[in-house]
Design a protein around this ligand. Structure first.
Ligand SMILES: Cc1cc2nc3c(=O)[nH]c(=O)nc-3n(C[C@H](O)[C@H](O)[C@H](O)COP(=O)(O)OP(=O)(O)OC[C@H]3O[C@@H](n4cnc5c(N)ncnc54)[C@H](O)[C@@H]3O)c2cc1C
Length: 431
């Protein structure tokens, strides 16, 4: 059996394979075809959707996790697709390099993270997949394709595993940098009053706010010309594990048992936020351990909708017991065909709830708000969209559909998620 990080998505594949090389991937895909099995790849299982699930062949690229080549002067780095982001960040740091931006965890595989359009925050920075300059892709008939540019690469950057198995990629890294990260509580009204200015004033800006609370926890990260000052292991454990996880879990458990107290709990937790300043290597500032299980939806809105839609979402969530804050992040538009931030400046708004608490009703309510703004879902986070509802929201949807059809006419790499959200009911593929 295979299951995802939150434990809410599980499947029993006919076979799980762990290839060590592109040649072994080709062999596995050809054997699956001969056996009439579909093929999916599991990264680190950190998607909340059924993106990975299969009853056919499941490939894990955990044994394909090497840095093949890194050139510190050009920043070009060739990696095997199964490498985890934390291992990649360490390997890059040893060579004086880093990734331009990261999300708030570092345990995903690079191919899994980019396949769903994973992003960090920074209004001048694009999502992780925009750093991909080339991809090696094993397609349905076992052909190994090198995609170095053009439409095919723009399709493969965010492909949700629907085009084939990505075995290697070339990324654009930047010189290693230190960040000064400042977390501080601020009145939500103050943040909302000058949201655009604040979002553009720093390299990275985001904020969290609980439903029922008028306090935001803002996070601002700036590049500094200083040596990293990593906290001692005790302090890191205290802040990241004890406060960030165990205390959070205890509060969530209280909310789960006493849903009527959620408004009060949320306000109390928000009031406990204090200012924290960290100076460390960029990847250590971006990511922290996530030990409390939750489920999540995240929608990509046109950035100009931010000031209007954030209060709407907070108001909608007040009707449900939601013990997690919303998270608001800004990214620059990019050109991947299925990137949720494709072609427009974007504000991402994420809604979470503690695992085991009701999630469907609040997420449906928030999605209904998103529908009015043409929001696009994060491909790795819960949503209820279909290919039919999504097609009009992506200007280059048809181009991706044509490329997918050319590369995988028989749906070798399709699962229910791909059929439901990308292929669509009108083009049913054989199961
Ligand atoms: C605690 C937590 C925090 C998160 N924080 C963020 C965040 O800050 N920002 C953000 O944007 N997202 C975030 N996410 C979402 C996460 O980054 C994405 O869901 C990401 O896709 C997970 O990567 P993974 O390696 O686990 O891939 P998986 O979830 O295992 O797979 C994702 C998709 O990629 C496909 N795939 C994987 N490898 C390959 C390959 N080699 N070739 C072809 N297809 C492949 C899979 O089939 C699947 O469709 C978070 C998730 C969790 C659980």
């Amino acid at each position: 059996m295979w299951q995802n990080w939150s434990g809410e998505q599980a499947c029993v594949p006919a076979v799980i394979e762990r290839p060590r090389s592109t040649a072994e991937v080709v062999d596995a895909v050809q054997r699956a075809a001969a056996a009439g099995q579909t093929v999916r790849v599991a990264g680190a299982g950190h998607s909340f959707t059924d993106a990975v699930l299969t009853d056919g062949m499941l490939l894990s690229l955990d044994r394909m996790s090497r840095v093949i080549d890194a050139n510190p002067s050009t920043g070009r780095v060739r990696v095997q697709a199964g490498i985890r982001i934390h291992a990649l960040s360490e390997a890059l740091a040893r060579r004086g390099l880093a990734l331009e931006n990261l999300g708030d965890i570092n345990v995903q595989s690079i191919a899994g993270a980019t396949a769903t359009g994973t992003h960090g925050t920074g209004s001048k920075l694009r999502n992780l997949s925009s750093q991909i300059e080339g991809v090696e892709l094993v397609t349905a008939d076992g052909t190994v394709r090198s995609l170095d540019g053009g439409e095919l690469l723009r399709a493969a950057r965010v492909s949700i595993g629907a085009l084939g198995v990505i075995t290697e990629m070339t990324l654009r890294a930047v010189p290693l940098y230190t960040l000064r990260g400042v977390d501080e509580p601020r009145p939500l009204s103050e943040v909302m009053a000058s949201l655009d200015e604040i979002a553009d004033a720093s390299r990275h800006f985001e904020f969290y706010v609980f439903p029922h609370s008028d306090l935001a926890l803002t996070r601002t990260n700036e590049v500094v010309d200083e040596a990293p000052r990593p906290p001692g292991s005790m302090r890191r454990w205290f802040e990241d594990v004890l406060l960030g996880n165990h205390a959070l879990r205890a509060v969530c458990e209280i909310g789960k048992r006493n849903p009527e107290r959620v408004p009060q709990i949320n306000r109390k937790v928000a009031r406990s936020f204090t200012k924290r300043v960290r100076v460390d290597r960029s990847d250590r500032i971006f990511s922290s351990p996530r030990l409390v299980r939750f489920t999540e939806m995240e929608q990509a809105f046109p950035r100009e909708a931010a000031a209007e839609v954030i209060p709407e979402i907070l108001a909608a969530l007040e009707h449900y017991p939601v013990v997690f804050p919303i998270e608001v992040r800004f990214v620059r538009g990019d050109d991947a065909l299925l990137s949720p931030a494709g072609g427009r400046e974007t504000v991402y708004i994420a809604v979470h709830n503690f695992v085991g608490m009701p999630w469907e009703a609040p997420l449906r309510a928030v999605q209904a708000i998103g529908d009015r703004y043409g929001a696009r879902p994060h491909w790795g986070k819960r949503h209820f969209q279909t290919a039919e509802t999504l097609a009009p929201r992506y200007p280059e949807w048809e181009t991706f559909a044509r490329i997918r059809e050319e590369l995988d006419p028989d749906g070798r790499f399709a699962n229910d998620y791909v059929r439901r959200t990308i292929v669509g009911a009108s083009a049913l593929l054989p199961r």
